[in-house]
Design a protein around this ligand. Structure first.
Ligand SMILES: [Fe+2]
Ligand SMILES: [Fe+2]
Length: 306
């Protein structure tokens, strides 16, 4: 049995104060306003602390973190998030993929995503896969943990003013097809990690993955057992058929959110994956923040089969 915690969309706050004024221009000015007026009241650092404790209490084998650690890509936010990661867990225990807020505006690798690099590297190298334009890391990367393979992708590309979308790009999609085929032949339970909801129609146009139709074709052709994503800040589930069996697509709520408007409070998902009589059985638990109890509690449990 392999146990995996899935968390996403930490949106760590508060925003750092001591930053040069020129860091608040352009798109960041809008993001700063949105944080000050609205988002800082939604994303509560106390909830993240309780979530980390709840995960520790469950002694999971591994953690998948699907992006949006920060908010407006200030240099100090990357440094703070690197500190948070270090305190939360080691790089071989936590696998990270970046979200759109982690590339809110273009920031150099060294001062930006590069500070989290050890959480985003794998063991499997694919011929022809190169660092992407915006990330000097190699995506997709693969980490093997017993009979489970975690495949990390990046959809984090700086967007224009009002957009929160993302894309994988042709090179990542091509590499992904090779990776999924190889891992299938080796008999791994394949978990794809992606920040944006992966399938067409799962997010508003302004916030969507631009090449979701192409990704769906790759997944249908090569198969995948489980796809984990964040971005929509709500629990989502969708199943679809591939040429190699069923695929489950599950999105998790933000790890720091208090309930607001139509969005649920923070949650994390626990997956216990095992192989039994030639079938993959994945016991899934949704752990949700209870504001009154000031603790996480089980909201739902279900079993996935592949
Ligand atoms: Fe987010
Ligand atoms: Fe996002």
């Amino acid at each position: 049995m392999f146990s995996l915690a899935h968390i996403s969309d930490l949106h760590l706050g508060p925003l750092p104060k001591a930053e040069a004024w020129h860091n608040y221009l352009g798109k960041r000015a809008i993001g700063y306003l949105s944080w000050t007026l609205r988002r800082r009241k939604i994303h509560d650092p106390q909830v993240i602390a309780a979530l980390a404790e709840d995960i520790a209490a469950h002694s999971v084998d591994h953690v998948a973190l699907t992006g949006d650690l920060i908010n407006i890509a200030l240099p100090a936010e990357y440094r703070n998030a690197a500190e948070w990661l270090k305190k939360f867990g080691s790089a071989d225990w936590v696998t990270l993929v970046p979200g759109n807020h982690d590339a809110y505006v273009g920031v150099g690798w060294e001062k930006g995503l590069g500070l989290w690099a050890e959480y985003m590297t794998g063991e499997m190298r694919m011929p022809g896969v190169r660092p992407s334009l915006h990330n000097a890391a190699i995506f997709p990367f693969v980490r093997h943990r017993r009979n489970v393979a975690l495949v990390g992708t990046s959809t984090a590309i700086p967007q224009t003013m009002r957009r929160a979308g993302g894309s994988l790009g042709a090179e990542q999609l091509k590499a992904l097809a090779h990776i999924l085929a190889e891992l299938r032949q080796k008999g791994f339970f394949r978990i794809l990690l992606i920040h944006h909801p992966p399938l067409p129609g799962q997010a508003d146009d302004r916030k969507a993955l631009s090449d979701s139709a192409h990704l769906k074709e790759v997944l249908e052709a090569e198969g995948v057992e489980l796809v984990l994503h964040g971005h929509n800040h709500t629990h989502m589930r969708m199943d679809f058929k591939t040429k190699h069996g069923p695929a489950h697509v599950i999105g998790v709520s933000s790890a720091s959110a208090l309930a607001h408007q139509r969005k649920p409070p923070a949650a994390w998902h626990l997956y216990r994956i095992r192989r039994q009589d030639g079938v993959w059985l994945t016991e899934t638990t949704v752990r949700t923040w209870n504001r009154t109890l000031h603790a996480f509690e089980t909201e739902a449990e279900f079993i996935l089969t592949n």
